[in-house]
Structure formats: C-alpha cells, structure tokens
Write a protein that binds this ligand. Structure first.
Ligand code: 3AM
Length: 188
C-alpha cells in the first residue's frame, strides 16, 4: 500500500529501545507535549539516515546490513535537551557516551559503503532519541522543564538494529520496519 511502484524507499537505520524504555520515553514526552493528539511515537536512535534510494539500491542496503557483525552491548539513556532548527525544535532524550555504539555506527556506515556504495554523511554523530517535534521556536515551558525533569535515567541492552522505511505524511513521518538485524550472540 505504501510501497512505491518503482520500489524506491526513504530509508534509515536505527536502534529500537526495548518496551520498558519506550514506555518511560512516552511518559517523558507526555510531560512536555501534554495529552493532546500527537503523531504516532516510534522512539528510535538513528544510526544513519540514508534517504530516498531506488529499488535496486534498497535491496543492496537490505543485504549488506546482514554483514554487520557486532556483539550486543548496554546503553544508558541520560539527560534531555533540544535542537533548535530553522523550522522549529526537536526535543530529545540523550544517551551516555558509548564506544560500542560509535563502533556499531562505524560498521553500519562501512557496510553501506562497501555493499551499496553509499558514502557516509559528513558531520558528527549526536546520538539521541527524538521525543517530540514542534514547528515553533522552543516553547518556554520546555526550557524550564528540561532543567528540572529527571528524564529517563535507565540502562538497556542493544541486541540488534533495524532498517526503517520512512513515509512522509502531513501529520509527520510514519516509520515501517523493513528488516531487523540481531547482533551476534543475541536471540532477537
Ligand atoms: O528521529 P531522529 O531525530 O533520529 O531527523 C530525522 C530522523 O532523526 C533524520 O532521520 C531520522 C529518520 O527520519 N533525517 C531526516 N532527514 C534527514 C536528512 N536529510 C535526516 N538526517 C539527516 N539528513
């Protein structure tokens, strides 16, 4: 239904936090945006935004990501903050620095280059889990709340990563799982 006739797709690679952390993230998000109708929440930690690629390239991406070999590791959510953008603002939950996460991103980038000819984007990697987006400047209550909110201070295991397809819609992008890739030694 949402797959384009020519097979092209807008793709990104991300880590999905486990259910328990997703629930906590959802609660924090509600503290900021209230109970008003919000776009579906799909908390994820983007490792690599790929963008729109034609069908053959999407197939190469799917295949080459199978070659990524890394062991499961622990991450810890820590802190809240926002990015100020030209079009509005993004509220995020941060992660404690992790060499294993940086290495997983490096391996994903390397696989996408060697197996699909996709060069890594320039610029640094700022690991975060987006909680909400607004199309206005940072709301004043966000500034106050960010200072005082405990956020999600919890560790969680990373046992795999996911290739997502993103479908742009008026109410916000919708994400669909294309494929999940377990890390070596994990059973997911
Ligand atoms: O949800 P997060 O913040 O992890 O911001 C987009 C989103 O990040 C980012 O990719 C994730 C899935 O859409 N993204 C979208 N367009 C992008 C672009 N042109 C982009 N990242 C880099 N360049």
């Amino acid at each position: 239904m949402d797959v384009k006739v020519d097979g092209s797709a807008r793709l990104f690679v991300a880590v999905e936090p486990p259910e328990e952390i997703r629930i906590r993230l959802e609660a924090v998000r509600r503290d900021f945006i209230g109970g008003r109708t919000a776009p579906p929440f799909n908390p994820h930690l983007t490792l690599r935004f790929i963008g729109e690629v034609p069908g053959e390239k999407a197939a190469a991406v799917r295949k080459t990501l199978c070659a990524v070999r890394a062991a499961p590791f622990e991450l810890r959510a820590h802190g809240l903050g926002f990015f100020e953008k030209r079009w509005g603002a993004v509220l995020w939950a941060g992660l404690e620095p992790s060499a294993a996460l940086a290495e997983l991103k490096r391996l994903v980038d390397a696989a996408l280059w060697s197996g699909a000819g996709l060069a890594a984007e320039r610029g640094g990697f700022a690991p975060h889990i987006t909680l909400a987006r607004v199309k206005t400047p940072v709301p004043l209550h966000w500034r106050t709340l960010v200072q005082n909110h405990p956020g999600v201070a919890a560790g969680f295991p990373v046992t795999g990563f996911t290739l997502f397809r993103s479908l742009l819609a008026r109410e916000g992008a919708r994400h669909f799982v294309e494929e999940r890739y377990p890390l070596a030694g994990s059973s997911t």
